[in-house]
Design a protein around this ligand. Structure first.
Ligand SMILES: [Zn+2]
Ligand SMILES: [Zn+2]
Length: 142
């Protein structure tokens, strides 16, 4: 009864090949869904254009980092005071993101701000965070 055995073997091979083809075909083109937005997903990298330097939150378009530039106006390298973003300044105190100085890693109060230097360039300007009042020293206060 070799015929029955070879047919059985053929069927098994066919089934295995079909299974392989099936899984390959249905696995490869499956698009990976976007990960659900969790609390940590708004985390950005320092230096990202839309990232709050106080709490490292990645800001959606429309949400802006609150800051003030001294002296006001334009031209020359100036000092910027960065207060924070809606995620670390507004809303319930428990839900706010922790405010941390990116230079010395110390916590900063709601009333404190970061010092940054603004380098004006044609087309775009660069903001370099110098630190908070604690690590910048009293001579940086103005
Ligand atoms: Zn923030
Ligand atoms: Zn600091």
């Amino acid at each position: 009864m070799m015929d029955l055995l070879s047919i059985l073997l053929f069927l098994i091979i066919a089934a295995v090949l079909f299974w392989f083809g099936y899984t390959l075909f249905f696995r490869l083109p499956r698009p990976r869904g976007k990960p659900m937005a969790k609390g940590g997903d708004i985390e950005g990298k320092p230096g990202d254009p839309q990232t709050c330097p106080v709490c490292m939150a990645r800001l959606p378009p429309g949400k802006l980092v609150k800051s003030a530039v001294y002296p006001p106006g334009s031209g020359g390298d100036r000092i910027m005071h960065i207060m924070g973003c809606p995620y670390c300044l507004e809303g319930d105190a428990e839900k706010r993101r922790p405010r941390v100085c990116p230079v010395c890693r110390k916590a900063i109060a709601d009333t404190e701000y970061l010092f940054a230097r603004v380098f004006e360039r044609p087309g775009k300007s660069h903001v370099h965070v110098l630190g908070c009042a604690k690590c910048r020293g009293p001579k940086a206060m103005r």
